[in-house]
Design a protein around this ligand. Structure first.
Ligand code: R5P
Length: 289
């Protein structure tokens, strides 16, 4: 029977997945040595089994080594195959050399994961310049889409929504969410000047003043994209927006700052966060089945 092994912080999701799919749920022992190095032990017999590690990669620099140690241990101990279920897949946004000398970390990260895993399942990876995940990853990689989940939440919770994508990159999500929710949508234009410095331009939205704007994006990281878009919508007389995101990273004070500019913030539980309102275990379960 297929075995799911959660990395720390992913136990609830793995348990939900095991319940929905009938996979077995295993356990890892992890701790830090006094010098900060990671200790890792598989508590289950993996010989001859298909094993999937469950790890949402919202803190990849800290999570990476234990993840690789677990995968390599599973291989060493005779697992038939080792996969990775990462509801949030990190290092997708540096997909080109914007400045001379920059590392294209999306490629390096993919190469490193390819070295230890034989399959990957994730949700809405940030695919902008890569046409799909298999253009980046050598192992078979499945990208699931949360748009239907966001659309159903919006249709059930927001009256007269107007879906707004804060930048051209969000068009792919917003258009799909809007079509399913049966709502109109528009997409703003964003220029990024730095990690926390974005300029957004807005068309004339006066005609939509009787609508509840819902800002939809794949990731909230510094939150500046959503904050800037929310301010501009309100400047044109629209109500405080609802913000709906797939991956709620919310670095630093981003969540509190965005709360002040939004009527509500909701996210999928790909990354554990107080804004989580939409469960992704049933979506992931479809891929495992
Ligand atoms: C950008 O291309 C993404 O779709 C998000 O809009 C972006 O990553 C959000 O970043 P931040 O919250 O730092 O503005």
């Amino acid at each position: 029977m297929r075995l799911l092994l959660p990395l720390p912080g992913n136990e609830t999701l793995a348990a939900d997945l095991a319940r929905l799919t009938g996979c077995a749920l295993g356990e890892l022992e992890t701790r830090q040595f006094p010098d900060g190095e990671s200790y890792l032990r598989l508590k289950d017999d993996v010989a001859g089994r298909d094993v999937d590690l469950v790890c949402s990669l919202a803190a990849p620099d800290r999570q990476f080594l234990p993840l690789i140690f677990a995968a390599d241990a599973a291989h060493d101990l005779g697992a038939r195959s080792v996969g990775l279920i990462a509801p949030y897949l990190a290092y997708m946004r540096q997909d080109k050399r914007f400045q001379p000398g920059e590392a294209i970390s999306s490629r390096s990260f993919a190469r490193l994961l390819d070295g230890s895993f034989q399959r990957l399942v994730t949700i809405d990876p940030h695919l902008h310049r890569y046409p799909d995940l298999n253009a980046l990853y050598a192992m078979p990689a499945t990208a699931l889409h949360a748009a239907p989940l966001l659309a159903d939440w919006i249709a059930g919770h927001v009256e007269r929504p107007l879906l707004v994508g804060p930048d051209e990159e969000s068009e792919q999500w917003v258009a799909a969410v809007a079509a399913r929710a049966g709502a109109p949508h528009l997409v703003l234009r964003k220029t990024r000047h730095g990690d926390r410095d974005v300029t957004i331009s807005l068309p004339d939205v006066a005609a939509w003043r009787d609508r509840q704007p819902v800002l939809v994006d794949d990731i909230a990281s510094s939150g500046h994209t959503l904050m800037q878009a929310a301010r501009l919508l309100m400047q044109q007389g629209l109500p405080k927006p609802v913000c709906a995101v797939v991956h709620a990273l919310f670095a630093g004070n981003a969540y509190a700052e965005l709360q002040a500019l939004s009527s509500r913030i909701v996210s999928c539980d790909t990354v554990r966060h107080p804004s989580n309102a939409i469960a992704v275990a049933p979506l992931l379960a479809t891929a495992l089945r």
